[in-house]
Design a protein around this ligand. Structure first.
Ligand code: SF4
Length: 375
């Protein structure tokens, strides 16, 4: 039997909303907001309505756990308390405060967007979701979260937690990897946000997903929506949302070399833009099929830097998984180096002490390579 809530929600997108649907929406909103008021976690970004602070928190929270974000968020706001201070900062200082949160592109985009906010919007974030989406790094979710939380705009913000709650509540058993299914979630979330306190309503949905309607072992008996929930009625909550398996990441291989001269080692900065754009790493590059690791290293040193080394000893390998790629990085320690650096495609290079290298912004593969080298 189809649950009444599912039937009523399916009417949400009709041209005019019936009295019954409207009542159900009102009831759902009010149950969510009451629960949120008494159960929400006390998180630092919930103590402010400063749009800039909300923006920083939403950017840091993308792909990173709340507990990890808290100290970074607090330090970041002490050093960059407003959009002007972030816009005028040296990028390397911004990256340094982002270290270990990973995904440096978020920091790069945040600062680029802060500069646009200062130069084109007089230092004030736009209030409309559409205008926010014009900023670098601000996608549909972040725009909706910012517009609703910071400016009380009735905008939806659908993240993984919200998808899980809605899929279970409404008994959506279709593949959430399909665009049509996701569009439906956005439409329903938009209907829910068209009521009082839209920012808190969005946060209530996310908080419910994080704390109660968890991926494994949802605590339905503690859920304010249990009486309405289709998955709780059917008993298949843990199986939802359904998502078809992603393609496994493509395996790729690369080399990196530790080259030391007079107590300082060579590091290079990747071109800006693209994967790990602007990050610092040990010199090297990708391995073409059929090429040996040492041969690839010597080739990259010559082609990208105009350098040659006498010895190259492989220390080991590290592995790092990106969203679409699984990287195996062969790490070398290299002997005497000859030649003067002549960069081709790299943004910059430096000879630095190990302590100096550790301070530069670098990605996961370089962090692992340095650990393997004992640096
Ligand atoms: Fe999730 Fe259970 Fe609440 Fe349904 S009743 S929304 S499955 S926690």
């Amino acid at each position: 039997m189809r649950s009444p809530v599912r039937a009523v929600y399916s009417l949400c997108m009709a041209e005019s909303i019936s009295a019954e649907t409207s009542q159900l929406l009102t009831r759902t909103r009010s149950m969510l907001l009451d629960w949120y008021d008494s159960h929400k976690r006390d998180l630092p970004w919930r103590r402010t309505r400063d749009p800039y602070a909300v923006w920083v928190s939403e950017t840091m929270l993308q792909q990173t756990r709340v507990e990890t974000v808290i100290p970074y968020y607090e330090r970041f706001l002490v050093r960059f308390p407003d959009v002007e201070s972030l816009a005028s900062a040296e990028s390397e200082e911004v990256y340094a405060l982002w270290t270990a949160l990973g995904y440096y592109s978020r920091a790069r985009n945040l600062q680029a967007a802060a500069r646009v906010v200062v130069e084109e919007h007089g230092g004030r974030l736009p209030e409309e979701a559409n205008a926010l989406r014009g900023l670098q790094g601000v996608g549909r979710y972040t725009a909706g979260a910012l517009a609703s939380i910071a400016f009380d705009r009735p905008e939806p913000a659908v993240d993984g937690n919200v998808v899980r709650v809605l899929a279970r509540l409404l008994g959506v058993r279709k593949d959430t990897g399909r665009k049509a299914v996701m569009d439906r979630f956005w439409q329903i979330a938009a209907e829910l946000a068209r009521g009082p306190r839209p920012g808190q309503l969005n946060q209530a949905l996310m908080e419910l997903g994080a704390m109660v309607c968890r991926p494994r072992s949802p605590v339905c008996q503690a859920c304010p929506l249990e009486a309405l929930c289709d998955a709780a009625r059917v008993g298949d909550a843990e199986a939802l949302p359904k998502k078809s398996k992603k393609k496994p990441p493509r395996p790729v291989q690369a080399v990196a070399g530790w080259i030391e001269r007079r107590g300082r080692a060579l590091v290079v900065q990747r071109p800006h833009g693209g994967l790990l754009g602007g990050m610092w790493e040990l010199p090297g590059g990708g391995i073409e099929d059929g090429t040996g690791a040492e041969q690839a290293l010597r080739h990259h040193l010559a082609q990208r830097l105009g350098l040659a080394v006498t010895h190259a000893e492989q220390v080991g390998e590290v592995e790092h998984v990106f969203t679409h790629r699984r990287l195996r990085l062969h790490v070398f320690r290299c002997g005497p180096v000859s030649g003067r650096v002549r960069r081709s495609d790299l943004a910059s290079h430096r000879w630095l002490s190990p302590a100096g290298i550790a301070k530069l912004p670098h990605g996961g593969p370089t962090r692992k390579a340095l650990a393997l080298l004992g640096r």
